[in-house]
Design a protein around this ligand. Structure first.
Ligand code: BEZ
Length: 241
């Protein structure tokens, strides 16, 4: 048995999967107490963890997320951060970021979204954020996308040394919202304005129809059909103006 297997059992590790309801918890944050996910019903949430306060990669990520908070809000998405540090450490770190740190042209950045204190690791354990093969007491960089019905829709994990790509996090959010709204899938590297994918034919009849009816579909073969989806149409439906 691997050491990491033993440790995972010891810490009572669980890992929400895509399609699961987001595990519930009550927590203290830098913005007061939250009841998760019930406080966020009707909104998308990005719940993300970071290894520790007062560390450089985490600082660069927090500044970037805070800078983009308004952009995520316009897509009906709230941000919630977490680390296995205490409330006073969080407060001191966020004050230092605002007062002293400049990164990528950003400065005087105020983090207004909640940062959960999780000294007991209660939340980190429920969400599989402690991955003992990487670190025994610090959370990895996890990103949970949770939809307005509190269902986990996507999960991305990064190791401690790797800062996240926020363009990709935003792209994934908009792509999932587009799939929900227009009942389509999105191909590799999709961005609003690119063609979207129609779900594969589920019967011989539909397969035949796909190849003969060329109204608004472009089928390379019966299983590979795309259609145009205007960028403005996507943004009108998803982004609050
Ligand atoms: C950082 O945020 O800089 C960091 C945190 C833990 C391990 C390595 C880097």
């Amino acid at each position: 048995m691997e050491t990491s297997d033993i440790s995972q059992k010891e810490i009572g590790f669980s890992m929400p999967r895509i399609g699961d309801k987001a595990p519930e918890f009550k927590a203290i944050t830098t913005q007061g107490e939250i009841n998760f996910p019930s406080d966020y019903k009707g909104k998308w949430v990005i719940l993300f963890s970071h290894p520790a306060d007062f560390t450089p990669v985490c600082t660069s990520e927090f500044m970037t997320f805070a800078h983009l908070e308004e952009k995520f809000a316009k897509a009906n998405c709230k941000l919630v951060g977490l680390s296995v540090d205490g409330l006073y450490s969080h407060i001191a770190w966020l004050r230092t970021i605002k007062d002293k740190i400049e990164f990528n042209g950003m400065k005087d950045i105020e983090v207004k979204f909640p940062l959960i204190e999780d000294i007991t690791m209660n939340v980190a354990k429920k969400y599989g954020m402690i991955q003992p093969g990487e670190h025994k007491t610090q959370a990895v960089r996890a990103v949970f996308f949770i939809d307005p019905e509190s269902t986990v829709r996507a999960v991305i994990y990064y190791p401690l040394s790797l800062g996240r790509n926020f363009d990709e996090i935003y792209r994934a959010l908009i792509a999932m919202q587009t799939s929900d709204k227009f009942n389509v899938a999105t191909p590799a590297d999709w961005e609003p304005g690119n063609d979207v994918i129609i779900s594969p034919a589920g019967s011989c009849g539909v397969a035949e129809e796909r190849m003969t009816n060329t109204d608004d579909l472009e089928c390379k073969d019966w299983f590979f059909c795309t259609k145009k989806l205007n960028k403005e149409k996507v943004l009108d439906e998803i982004i609050e103006s």
